[in-house]
Design a protein around this ligand. Sequence first.
Ligand SMILES: Cc1cc2nc3c(=O)[nH]c(=O)nc-3n(C[C@H](O)[C@H](O)[C@H](O)COP(=O)(O)OP(=O)(O)OC[C@H]3O[C@@H](n4cnc5c(N)ncnc54)[C@H](O)[C@@H]3O)c2cc1C
Ligand code: SF4
Length: 560
Amino acid sequence: MQIQAQPQEYDAIVVGSGASGGWAAKRMSEAGLRVALVCAGRPLKDGDYREHVQPYELKYQARANDLIRRTQPVQKDCYACTEYNSSWFCNDIDEPYTTEQGKPFSWQGRMRVTGGRTNVWGRHSYRFSQQDLKGYSFDGAGADWPLDYKDLVPYYELVEDYVGISGMVENVPELPDSKFQPSMPLTCVEDKVRSSIKTKFGRTMTMGRLANLTKPINGRQPCHFCGPCERGCVTHSYFNAAFTTVADALKTGKCTHIPNAMVYQVLMDKATNKARGVVYVDRITRETREVRAKTVVLCAQALESTRILFNSAPDGLANSSGVLGQYLMDHMWVAGGANGEFPDMPGKPSLNAGRRPGGPYVIRFRNTMNGEKHKAFLRGYGYQGGSAINFAFGAPGFGQAYKDAVKNGQWTMNLVGFGECLPYKENRVTLNKGVTDVFGIPVLHFNIAWGENEKAMIRDMAVSAGEMLEASGAKNVKTFALEDRVPGYSIHEMGTARMGSDPKQSVLNQFQQAHDVKNLFVMDAAGFPSGACQNPTLTIMAMAVRSTDHLMEEMKKGNL
Ligand SMILES: Cc1cc2nc3c(=O)[nH]c(=O)nc-3n(C[C@H](O)[C@H](O)[C@H](O)COP(=O)(O)OP(=O)(O)OC[C@H]3O[C@@H](n4cnc5c(N)ncnc54)[C@H](O)[C@@H]3O)c2cc1C
Ligand code: SF4
């Protein structure tokens, strides 16, 4: 391999421009550091966003899913990957991975655009609680985080102020409140369910806490409820690192963006045991290049960062503990829940109604700090849900009678669980040295399956969702529990380079700094020792800011 070296040495390299990398680059370049933002993605412009494009304007009118599947069979399993935006996701044939026999894993959301997954994410944004960070102390499973909730609070606040999270204050300890913009409204059905489950079960259904603006921030406009945020947003009304943190970093003039750059390895200086840069393959020219810096920060998404570490040394870089790759987690989503009908609720379906970009959220109520312990499983789950009044296209009849019947749609509502998966040592990724991607980079091999705890939780998600809908007056309630739901569907991969205070048991310290290599940081979710049941990105961002600030302090002190 012929590597083309670059003459310049940066203060820091940030690999990946998504939720975590955007923050690391913004924070450091605003502080005056010279940053190279090296990312596999290509930049998009506002003109590439297609949230207002109609299906008939597309070549295949959004009906060509089988065509997409030919090259993106895994990416297409992600609900957000459609004809509108499939070119933002990787080509699964060019960038494969392997799985253990009989243990499938669906590695969705492998984005190849600036901003990474934040281009298409669902924007549900929740803090983790002290109980979430100290699960081991609470029930003995997994490991505690090497920091406390109070350590994260100032960083949550800083991120929330900048990102803009709309939501309702609830004062429920299992889901600490954020600094909110005004909430989006609940529908009449959701109001009814909220009050029924509060009265009958003492549970809280709140409006989803969404990174969609209801007030302007920094020139970004409030959401106008057009609906399909996963196609982009010309008014920049949801949080996407591409038009927020990354744009801010580039504005400083201190940040050099190197797009289309597939990082392969971290380069080490053997004499000092320090990282001295990275090697990447240019996705367009296929040339191999080197970038040098005083510090390296991996933010390529948990699994891609771990892959880079595995590819950087025979047994994995920063892996004296042997823990690298282990304790892979994902949430259990679309695995358990229920839906029901509300024929008595008023309203008419409309083609012109606003489309709220998100739904309600039921806060975790199982195995809470002061509540009853569930006999069948540890930890808990929340529900994301939604209600809608739909046209009754399946109504019987024809002619005018059918036309009238179609307009008499009725309200339906669903609740779909998001459950915490325990961190198991056996659930892991390793490097498959025998298989490479189209760039010649060895790929990951997955070995993960839900355990009995996860399966019991999935069953309970279905039962509880059904009970709550029925207690709220829903008719024709149907529950589902898919214990064999393939891991990966929630697209919340966490772990594989976990944080901890003991270097023998963990890869990173509480500042996501490698125990073994002091100028190497991994600031995505690879460091999470446990995953809570809340969506992880708000915590990924708060952690990235905290760790970046620590990095800069250490740099100032000459410790890196
Ligand atoms: C459809 C969908 C819905 C989601 N909904 C939610 C939600 O509602 N709430 C929530 O909290 N989370 C949600 N997520 C997850 C969320 O998007 C991620 O947790 C978050 O973006 C992860 O941040 P990150 O910085 O680790 O990675 P990303 O944001 O994915 O950024 C990683 C970047 O690294 C780049 N990269 C990858 N490999 C390399 C390499 N080898 N070299 C150089 N660059 C590389 C990628 O191109 C990308 O730009 C969702 C994700 C998807 C796909
Ligand atoms: S729903 Fe709101 S945030 Fe989403 S694309 Fe439309 S305007 Fe943007």
